[in-house]
Design a binder for this molecule. Structure first.
Ligand code: KE4
Length: 437
């Protein structure tokens, strides 16, 4: 039986009168899957309840931050205590140092960090730092990767893929993106061509090492190896956008996953967000001292923020990182995520539905395709309406996944084996309803 969404419909109607599309971030509007967004009333552990009182098993978790689930007691207590001490000062606090220490402790490539309030701000500031530090203007990004909505990064591939990009948004002048070169993810030949012809002008490569904004596409080890080698060879910086993967796929982020395969591997600069704020507005970027000390007030690269290092947000982030740094946390989380992916794969196979999935740590992705895509073009071969039907079949059964086929999913330490089993059972029914290939 499809649960009533009347209350959600009412709220959506009210919201759309005052807020563009009724939402404060586009992906929440269900435009890719149709239907009425669920207005969250409250959340606890792996669940949230919508305005109609319907409970959902939550695999979005605020798009990654809620790695401990909603309302973890240690985090809640830390935030409540911090709030009584003051919301914001515009002056330094000890907890910013503690959070910086916690981040640096787990990321070998990061000697210093600057805290900001969103992933967009962190990525934008990192690009500015890379350009300031190298004195170069050109940046390389990859089609399908998302690094927030700063103008220079809102770029889709040019006509011939390896040409300078075109804005993906109105309001971004062509001049602003003229230095942004968009290449195909996992395409070594294109990368080598770009550096062979323009290597001396490239300030940085910015990459999602596991592209959660294409749902879940891994950079191949040979491709990542060449990114690192070509940056080193040409004096460009390798920027890892770990807003989604940082402290999510492993305690050391995606960088530690590649360091297992590529001895001594390290990015030059790292962008962080989501988990390090534990659900509060907090993000960061970091790297070697020599680079980071080029930032104001020490160096020539300006960067600032009224609420940067906010005392309540740092309390939330610090309590979160302390919990996930505990022994066995990621081992248990990865096993739970793997059990979900294996269960979904078996259910799809039994229903004769083409399905390919992957996961790392507490992050997973799947495609209604026979095999895992390696780049954006392959991801977009997915049948979007068919994904929409699958999404709603799960939603009607109380399982909440990303309302878009190009978004990843997230498991928290609050998800139990029973939650995973219930999800797989709902998916089994949804795959049958979907029908075979
Ligand atoms: P924010 O500005 O949304 O905090 O972070 C931007 C960002 C930067 N880099 C990566 C790899 C990201 O995934 C993001 C934001 N991710 C999206 C989900 N794909 C956030 C959800 C939304 O836009 O509402």
């Amino acid at each position: 039986m499809t649960p009533s969404t009347d209350r959600n419909d009412e709220l959506f109607e009210r919201a759309r009168r005052l807020i563009p599309g009724g939402v404060n971030s586009p992906v929440r509007a269900f435009r890719a899957v149709g239907g009425t967004p669920r207005f969250v009333q409250r959340a606890q552990g792996p669940y949230f309840w919508d305005a109609a009182g319907q409970r959902y098993i939550d695999y979005i978790g605020s798009w990654g931050p809620m790695i401990l689930g909603h309302g973890h007691p240690a985090v809640l207590e830390a935030v409540q205590r911090a709030a009584t001490e003051g919301f914001s000062f515009g002056a330094p606090t000890e907890r910013e140092i503690e959070l910086a220490e916690e981040i640096v402790q787990h990321l070998p490539a990061v000697e210093m960090v600057r805290l900001v309030s969103s992933g967009t701000e962190a990525a934008m500031s990192t690009i500015r730092l890379a350009r300031g530090a190298t004195g170069r203007s050109k940046i390389v990004k990859f089609e399908g990767c998302y690094h927030g909505h700063a103008d220079a990064l809102l770029v889709k591939a040019g006509s011939g893929l390896a040409t300078f990009g075109h804005p993906t948004s109105a309001g971004v002048p062509a001049e602003v993106v003229q230095h942004t070169l968009v290449l195909e993810y996992n395409n070594v030949a294109q990368l080598e061509e770009a550096f062979a012809t323009q290597g001396g002008e490239i300030a940085c490569i910015v990459i999602e090492a596991i592209a959660g904004n294409m749902n879940f596409v891994r950079a191949s080890v040979p491709f990542m190896k060449r990114c690192r080698e070509l940056c080193t060879q040409h004096g460009a910086l390798l920027v890892f956008d770990e807003v989604m993967t940082g402290f999510r796929v492993a305690l050391g982020g995606a960088a530690s996953v590649y360091a297992r395969e590529i001895p001594g591997f390290r990015p030059d600069l790292t962008v962080l967000g989501k988990v390090i704020g534990g659900g509060m507005p907090l993000a960061a970027f970091g790297g070697p001292r020599a680079l980071m000390e080029q930032l104001a007030p020490l160096g020539p690269v300006y960067q600032a923020g009224t609420l940067s290092g906010n005392p309540v947000a740092t309390a939330c982030g610090l309590a979160t990182l302390k919990e996930i740094a505990k022994p066995n946390f990621f081992h248990a989380l990865a096993a739970r995520t793997r059990s979900l992916v294996d269960g979904l794969t078996a259910a799809a196979r039994d229903a004769g539905v083409p399905f390919a999935a992957d996961c790392e740590g507490g992050m997973f992705g799947f495609f209604l395709l026979p095999e895992l895509p390696q780049n954006y073009g392959q991801v977009m071969k997915s049948d979007s309406p068919r994904f929409g039907r699958f999404f709603h079949a799960l939603l009607d059964r109380g399982v909440y996944i990303a309302p878009a086929l190009y978004e990843a999913g997230f498991v928290s330490s609050a998800h139990t084996d029973a939650d995973i089993a219930a999800t797989v059972e709902a998916a089994r029914e949804a795959f049958v309803a979907l029908g075979g290939a």
